[in-house]
Design a protein around this ligand. Structure first.
Ligand code: ARG
Length: 567
């Protein structure tokens, strides 16, 4: 039983109220002078028919302090509890020892499925820095939800539908060959498309439409070429996903719904939601302060929103999700509000479980990036550059390091991910090399380095983290000082940080918590000698190192970042 439930049980004895109910009422006071835990007594006033200060006073007299609580003070309408610091340190280190790398996780999501739509790249286009956030955030949410027991389905909702694919096939037939596409890869496809847009005349446009029609109709030749283009794009992006350690459970993209959206339109028609507007069919949303949601173009073709509605219905049927998250830039806010509202108007109460998780824009060293300006930063190049730069730094700092290449990859990729994930996701990110790769400040390398420092202290003492955590001959009183208590408080708060990150779909909450833990641990490390003549004291210090190391690794892991043992 943890301290809060022990306290709740004691309070239940003293008040005659329900322990579980009381436990829910317990709060953390805004500052430590007011105690470590507080019971706001106005919440009991209704049941006990007394004024809150009276309740606080009576309870403080009647309460039998449970183990780990040093004192209880009535202050106004609050009953504040001060914990026994030594007991608290012992409890937290025991919890980390017991659960190891699962510390902070849980099973509250058991039996629930969460679909996460992320990365969702476009076929025949090259991934650039703009695809970093969706991939990083989506992957992190996948890990956070899984850690809490949810079953996750990662979906790469490919942008693989639209008349541009007719144009691409037409251009390919006119100007290219199998060999040159195989050789040129994604760049060759992009080039073909650009050339088509520059040179196409009406006759070619007509051919392009005919090719697209053949894709729509499942014509074997058209499908073979279309699938081949998809394959080339996915092969190209696979390298990026491998570097990032990202994977997907489904690649069902927009074209997957080419024979499914018609039923959606029929259903909307049947429910009387579709109206004609300038030849197109739309759902009016003026009552909700939104422009109409177009679902059928003049020529009878579907649009992005039609396919998103079909996809949501398909996902609900297939996965029966508890939540379906869409990790997509805030530029698409209106699109998500619109199509989710349409699903609600169709009468599906699960529309409330569709959650747009928006994020801000990425610029690079102060410049906004655009294809038009020709200053695109491609994602593969960004990551490769990061690995290279991390390699250079390692070469300078630690040329003797074994397996430098692996560590350079972990540090370089980690720096990029950390930089992207450290701030609340809605904020725009301006990417700077020197900031991302710095070993000081709130950065990936700083956190990884702290992890490596804790590992090296343990290695020097010849114990594994598990041994240090399991050691029974430890004098924990050496940790009962300002720095040690702060480290322990942060270890203690980690499970809550994971839950907050999950509730808000904000990976930064975990990374920020872990970064504070590193800062606190480094203060401890510089203030106190870890290895001393006193064996039991040393054992306690090593226990703390091991607990910190374990939680940093877990926290970084939840952001998709690796934790090298040496760097
Ligand atoms: N492919 C789209 C884009 O690059 C993102 C798709 C997001 N997912 C979705 N279900 N709409 O803008």
């Amino acid at each position: 039983m943890d301290i809060k439930s022990r306290l709740a049980h004691a309070l239940a004895q003293a008040s005659g109220m329900d322990a579980a109910e009381l436990e829910n009422m317990l709060e953390t006071p805004p500052n430590p002078e007011m105690g470590d835990i507080a019971l706001p007594c106005f919440k009991l006033a209704k049941t006990l028919h007394k004024a809150p200060p009276v309740i606080a006073n009576e309870l403080s007299e009647r309460l039998e302090l449970p183990e780990g609580v040093a004192k209880a003070c009535a202050q106004g309408g609050y009953l504040n509890f001060y914990l026994d610091a030594a007991k608290r340190i012992q409890d937290i280190l025991e919890a980390v020892a017991e659960q190891g790398e699962n510390y902070g996780g849980g099973s509250e999501g058991a039996g629930r499925t969460v679909c996460i739509d992320y990365s969702s790249i476009n076929i025949a286009k090259r991934c650039h820095i703009g695809h970093l956030s969706t991939t990083a955030i989506g992957n992190s949410l996948y890990k956070i939800y899984s850690f809490l027991g949810y079953k996750c389905v990662g979906i790469n909702h490919l942008g693989d539908w639209g008349t541009q694919f007719g144009k691409l096939i037409c251009a390919y037939k006119l100007w290219s060959s199998r060999e040159s596409i195989e050789k040129g890869g994604i760049d060759a496809l992009v080039e073909l498309y650009v050339r088509f847009n520059n040179e196409a005349d009406e006759a070619m446009e007509e051919q392009a439409r005919a090719w697209f029609k053949r894709i729509e109709d499942d014509d074997p030749e058209a499908m073979e070429i279309f699938n081949w283009f998809k394959d080339i794009t996915l092969r190209d992006v696979a390298r990026i996903y491998e570097l990032l350690g990202v994977h997907f459970d489904s690649y069902n993209g927009e074209s997957f719904y080419k024979d499914k959206w018609q039923a959606v339109v029929a259903e909307l028609e049947e429910k009387g939601l579709l109206v004609e507007s300038e030849g197109a069919k739309v759902v009016m949303l003026d009552k909700y302060d939104m422009p109409p949601c177009i679902l059928l173009k003049k020529d009878g073709a579907s649009v992005y929103a039609t396919r998103d509605i079909a996809a949501a219905i398909y996902r609900k049927k297939t996965y029966d999700f508890y939540k379906c998250l869409y990790v997509v830039a805030y530029q698409q806010n209106l699109h998500f509000r619109q199509f989710i509202k349409v699903i609600e108007l169709m009468g599906y109460d699960w529309a409330k479980d569709l959650v747009h998780v928006p994020f801000g824009m990425v610029s690079f060293e102060g410049q906004t990036l655009s294809t038009r300006k020709g200053n695109i930063v491609y994602l593969d190049e960004l990551l490769e550059r990061a690995v290279e730069k991390a390699g250079d730094i390692i070469e300078q700092k630690n040329p003797e390091l074994p397996d430098k290449q692996t560590v350079a990859r972990q540090v370089g990729v980690g720096a990029v991910l950390f930089y992207d994930l450290y701030n609340s996701r809605i904020k725009d990110v301006d990417f700077w090399w020197d900031r991302a790769l710095a070993f000081e400040g709130e950065t990936g390398p700083y956190v990884q380095y702290t992890h490596a420092r804790a590992c090296s202290v343990l290695a020097k003492s010849g114990v594994s983290p598990e041994q240090a955590l399991a050691c029974t001959d430890a004098d924990l009183s050496v940790l009962d000082n300002a720095e040690g208590r702060e480290v322990c408080a942060l270890l203690e708060g980690f499970p809550q940080a994971v839950r907050t990150a999950c509730d808000k779909n904000e990976p930064c909450v975990v990374l920020r918590h872990v970064t504070s833990l590193c800062q606190a641990f480094n203060r401890f490390y510089f203030e106190h000698r870890i290895i001393t003549d006193d064996q039991a004291g040393t054992n306690a210090n090593l226990k703390l190192c091991a607990a910190v190391k374990t939680v940093i690794k877990t926290g970084l892991g939840l952001a998709g970042i690796e934790a090298p043992v040496r760097m």
